[in-house]
Every structure is written in structure tokens, then in C-alpha cells.
Design a protein around this ligand. Structure first.
Ligand SMILES: Cc1ncc(C[n+]2csc(CCOP(=O)(O)OP(=O)(O)O)c2C)c(N)n1
Ligand code: SF4
Ligand SMILES: [Mg+2]
Length: 298
């Protein structure tokens, strides 16, 4: 018989395993991101029913099916809009948004900017493989200049977006970059992003082993350098963060670029939510108010 005095169950990786097995290509970087998210949730011991994972469309956006949390696989580029609604309906939930570079920086670019500006309290993980994986290898907003793809067979003629610089300019309050080949480091960044009160952006180099033959594990490995290895680097310094964000070449920084804690979250700034999450409140409109409202509109 349950007495209510039992020690709470210690959550393990098995608790966060989704019902479906990933159908990603063997070696896809997204496997490393999935494992790091599950590890972070285990280390933080967040109950599965307190987490919701929301995505758009793409190989990476199949993510919610592979993790045992609440989840929504939404429309291409619309995950952040749905996630904002979820957070405002129940701001006690841990909201994770996962997707690709095409989903987040292309079709979803407008939502990316405005969700940062609003400081919606969620963690946005972009599995950035610098290509459209699901649609079989077209140029994405982060594909490098000159890269030959299915849609630009003579080389990409468009300059890529810089997601870290964009996030700094748009006012994100936690900005980091990880690499799926650096599991421990990535898990730590995910934990910090979840714990941050405000919009956390985590751009993850997650190689597409099938369609991107330029930005491979072998290409990234000698280049990525952790910001945390430089004791003089201060993530509170916006200007220093922007300088690091612009580095791209023989050295590519990963780690926590920027963090500030003095900006209110969207749900914190909304007085209507002071009484607690909307989801726990009776929001039915009394009949007399509904009638007068309808009459006003007639
Ligand atoms: C409105 C709309 N436009 C286009 C598509 C086709 N489409 C599906 S996924 C995708 C791009 C996927 O690339 P990315 O977001 O980088 O994810 P990846 O597959 O690389 O993980 C596109 C263009 C769509 N599903 N919906
Ligand atoms: S096509 Fe690329 S991104 Fe998609 S599952 Fe395969 S390796 Fe991963
Ligand atoms: Mg992609």
C-alpha cells in the first residue's frame, strides 16, 4: 500500500526514451543532440509530465517523437509561435523547442526574432546542419557561400545568416553554441539553457552525414574551441560576445556566448498571469457578459 512517504523515483535515461526509435541516417548529428537532451533532463530530474517538446518540420523536427515528454510536431517554421502559446497557457512547464536551420532561420525567421525580443521563457535548440536534410540536400540559410547543393549546383550565391550575431542583436538573454561531437559540453549547455529564466538559444552543429559533405565531424573537430577554456571571457559582456560571434574559420567558438538576467520574461511581465497558470483557472465567460459582448458586436 502506498503511504505517500516513499522516496521519489530517481529518473533515468530510460524514462525519457520516446515510443518511436529515430529514423535518422546512421551517424546523423541529431542522435547526439537527442542523447544530450535526455541526459540533461535526467541530471536536472525534471519529471517527464512537466516537459513539452515542440518542433516544426525537418529531419531534426521529428525530435518530439523520440523523447518521452509531452510533444507537438507542428508546421514548418511555426514551432516558436506554438511554444509561446504553450508557455503562456501553463508557464510552470519546461518548454523545449527543437528544429533545423531551415525551419528556424528561413521560413521561421520572423518568429525567431520576435520570440527573442519578447524573452519567452523556453529553450530553443537548433540542430544546425547547414542544409535542408529532409528534402534531400538543398541550400539552407546557414549554408556557406560557394557550397554546392542540389538547389545551387554551381555553388551558393547567398551569404549565410549568423545565428549567434542575430540572437545578440534581437535581444536573446541566453545564447550558446554546441557541437554534437562534444556531448558533455552540450549537455551542460542544455542544462543551463533550461535553468535560465528567459529565452535561451542554443545553436548546435549537428552534421548531416548524407547531404552535407563540407561541414562534417572531421571539419568541425579541429576548429571548435570552447569559450569556457578562456578564463578571461565574460559572457555578461555583449560586445565581447558579438566579437566572438563573428569568428568563423580556423577557429570557431562554441560554449556560452552571452547571458543576462535583468530582463523580465514575457509571462513575468503579464499581470494577468500573476494569479498562476491560465490552465488551472476557470476561464469560462459568464453568460451575461457573453451576451452583452455579442450584442456589442451585432
Ligand atoms: C510551408 C512548407 N514549406 C516547405 C516545406 C518543405 N520542407 C520540409 S522540411 C524543409 C527544410 C528542412 O530543413 P531544416 O529545417 O534545416 O531541417 P533538417 O531536415 O535539415 O533537419 C522544407 C523546405 C514544408 N514542409 N512546409
Ligand atoms: S538526411 Fe541528414 S539530417 Fe536527415 S537524418 Fe540523414 S543525416 Fe540526418
Ligand atoms: Mg538543416
Amino acid at each position: 500500500m502506498a503511504t505517500g512517504l516513499e522516496t521519489p523515483k530517481q529518473l533515468t535515461m530510460a524514462d525519457y526514451k520516446g515510443k518511436a526509435d529515430p529514423d535518422w541516417c546512421p551517424g546523423c548529428g541529431d542522435f547526439g543532440v537527442l542523447a544530450a537532451v535526455q541526459k540533461a533532463l535526467v541530471e536536472l530530474q525534471i519529471p517527464t509530465h512537466d516537459v513539452v517538446t515542440i518542433s516544426g518540420i525537418g529531419c531534426s523536427s521529428n525530435f518530439p517523437g523520440y523523447v518521452n515528454t509531452y510533444g507537438m510536431h507542428t508546421l514548418h517554421g511555426r514551432a516558436l509561435a506554438v511554444a509561446t502559446g504553450v508557455k503562456l497557457a501553463n508557464h510552470k512547464l519546461t518548454v523545449l523547442v527543437t528544429g533545423g536551420d531551415g525551419d528556424g532561420f528561413g521560413i521561421g525567421g520572423n518568429h525567431f526574432v520576435h520570440t527573442m525580443r519578447r524573452n519567452v521563457d523556453l529553450l530553443y535548440i537548433v540542430m544546425d546542419n547547414q542544409i535542408y536534410g529532409l528534402t534531400t540536400g538543398q541550400t539552407s540559410p546557414t549554408s556557406r557561400l560557394g557550397m554546392k547543393t542540389k538547389s545551387m549546383p554551381f555553388g551558393n550565391i547567398e551569404a549565410p545568416v549568423n545565428p549567434i550575431a542575430l540572437a545578440l542583436a534581437a535581444g536573446a538573454t541566453f545564447i550558446a553554441r554546441g557541437f554534437s561531437g562534444e556531448q558533455k559540453h552540450l549537455t551542460e549547455l542544455i542544462k543551463q539553457g533550461i535553468q535560465h529564466a528567459g529565452f535561451s538559444f542554443l545553436d548546435v552543429f549537428s552534421p548531416c552525414v548524407t547531404y552535407n559533405h563540407d561541414n562534417t565531424y572531421q571539419w568541425f573537430k579541429p576548429r571548435v574551441k570552447k569559450l569556457e577554456d578562456d578564463p578571461a571571457y565574460d559572457p555578461a559582456d555583449w560586445t565581447a560576445a558579438m566579437e566572438k560571434a563573428l569568428l568563423w574559420g580556423e577557429v570557431i567558438p562554441i560554449g556560452k556566448f552571452f547571458k543576462r538576467t535583468d530582463v523580465p520574461t514575457l509571462h513575468g511581465a503579464e499581470p494577468v498571469l500573476d494569479e498562476g497558470p491560465l490552465v488551472h483557472r476557470d476561464l469560462r465567460v459568464p453568460p451575461d457578459i457573453a451576451r452583452s459582448f455579442i450584442e456589442e458586436l451585432m
